[in-house]
Design a protein around this ligand. Structure first.
Ligand SMILES: [Zn+2]
Length: 199
């Protein structure tokens, strides 16, 4: 059986850190992937632009603080996106014909990074907006505020994600070029790289 693939689009962080994040995400997802009939989880940080996840695979963008790519999705401009500066909710998932998830890398800890990815993938694969935050009685990763140092998925959450993992959820890939272009701007010393990406 194949591995379950998670694509994380992050042109901004050091590859050494990304390897540690991948290990952590794999560790959290492996029991879920196995329950869903996959061999294991493959969390990948592709360093190229042409990414086409299969219908059941997942994708998360890692945006510089204040720079949302999900906001650029069709229909997302009127969507209630949390304020990155003050919200405990450090990411957003927009669900439409396609689904787009992102986290904001305000803090750089591996545990924080991995926990936020897990949380947004719950919104993504379960196709739930804010109602996710109160859906599970035993709330490990689905609550609005989680402690990334201690958080782990509850049995109930593992079961729900395992049931959803193989289901098709079309992932929005339109943000890949936007983020790589922003990274290029940063590499070129353009001070404006961290401003909201123009549509
Ligand atoms: Zn949430």
């Amino acid at each position: 059986m194949a591995n379950y693939c998670i694509y994380i689009i992050d042109p901004f962080n050091e590859i050494q850190q990304l390897v540690r994040v991948a290990e952590k995400v794999n560790e959290m997802f492996d029991p879920i992937a196995k329950k869903a009939g996959f061999s294991a989880t493959s969390t990948m940080f592709p360093q190229y632009r042409n990414i086409n996840p299969l219908m059941h695979e997942s994708m998360v963008y890692v945006c510089p603080f204040t720079t949302s790519v999900v906001k650029k999705m069709d229909g997302a401009s009127s969507f209630d996106i949390p304020d990155a500066a003050i919200s405990p909710h450090q990411g957003v998932t927009f669900i439409s014909k396609e689904t787009g998830s992102e986290i904001w890398c305000k803090f750089s800890g591996v545990n924080f990074y991995a926990a936020m990815i897990f949380h947004e993938l719950m919104h993504n694969k379960l196709q739930l907006g804010k109602s996710l935050h109160s859906k599970f009685k035993a709330c490990g990763m689905s609550c609005e505020t989680i402690n990334p140092e201690t958080a782990k998925p509850s049995e109930e959450e593992i079961d729900a994600m395992a049931a959803a993992l193989a289901k098709p959820v079309k992932q929005w890939t339109g943000g890949v070029d936007m983020l790589w272009n922003a990274a290029q701007d940063k590499a070129n010393g353009n001070d404006l790289w961290n401003l909201p990406i123009s549509g």
